[in-house]
Design a protein around this ligand. Structure first.
Ligand SMILES: [Zn+2]
Length: 271
């Protein structure tokens, strides 16, 4: 009898504990949702009037680099770019994506790998130039012969001060948010960066030749964190730019600075 009662009490105790667990989980979830809503609300429209071209590198017949698990770079680039486009639109920007599906931009009739690639890249940069975009952000994954290399790194065109500061802002937010890169923003002459007429960067979001990093880059939650940190870098860029150019500080720009400065340590936390 005593044993049965003990089991019954234990059962009731466990049931209570489980219910408490579910309730606690729901409360935490609600709090997180509110926090995220507040965060997004605080950032809404700070990028209004900005046209940002988001370019998911490669696509279609061009897979880009191949990760250690066999995933092609083009897939990760597209997923992160879509997430970045969503965040930037929530911040009020007009986002143009150079591709939204698994395609490349060259004509199917054009022949030769090199001329196809040239046509593909030219169409991406032409799109940004024709739309008079304010920023061009190209998303890629890095690769190396050895598995050790890791960490996101942002590139800009030598000689473009605006692009340099954009790259440094994105690098600093990625470093602070992702906490797994010690790389510094670098100036390198790339076709896409040379041909675009607006501040432009190539964001190498990590190495798909590194097992741990490739696994992270395939994880949708990590992809969101990457997207968020790039968006945070863009806000930092506009905030820094406006503070260094006081004559340009109208109400809208003040709003950008305020939004950025409201974040603890001037660092926008990832959701
Ligand atoms: Zn690439």
């Amino acid at each position: 009898m005593a044993l049965i009662r003990a089991v019954k009490i234990k059962k009731r105790y466990l049931l209570g504990l489980a219910m408490f667990g579910v309730l606690a989980f729901q409360l935490v979830q609600i709090a997180l949702d509110r926090w995220e809503e507040k965060n997004i609300a605080a950032m809404s429209y700070v990028l209004a009037n900005k046209i940002i071209v988001v370019d998911p590198g490669h696509g279609g017949r061009d897979p880009g680099k191949i990760g250690v698990s066999g995933v092609p770079e083009k897939e990760i680039n597209l997923e992160v770019s879509k997430k970045l486009a969503t965040v930037l639109r929530q911040m009020g920007a007009t986002v143009i994506m150079t591709r939204e599906t698994d395609v490349d931009l060259s004509d199917s009739s054009s022949s030769g790998w090199k001329s196809k690639k040239q046509q593909d890249l030219t169409r991406r940069t032409d799109m940004a130039n024709e739309k008079n975009a304010d920023l061009y952000i190209s998303i890629h994954c890095n690769a190396y012969t050895g598995p050790r290399e890791h960490g996101a790194q942002v590139f800009s065109q030598p000689g473009s001060e605006d692009s340099k500061s954009l790259a440094e802002c994105i690098q600093s937010e990625m470093t602070g948010s992702l906490k797994n890169t010690t790389r510094k923003a670098k100036q390198v002459d790339y076709f896409a960066l040379r041909k675009t007429k607006m501040p432009a960067t190539i964001v190498e979001i990590g190495f798909i030749t590194n097992h741990k990093e490739e696994e992270l880059l395939r994880d949708p939650l990590y992809q969101s964190r990457v997207a968020w940190s790039i968006a945070a870098g863009i806000i930092k860029y506009y905030s820094d730019k406006v503070s260094s150019d006081q004559q340009n500080t109208d109400d809208y720009n003040k709003e950008i600075i305020k939004t950025f400065q409201q974040q603890p340590g001037h660092h926008i936390p990832a959701p």
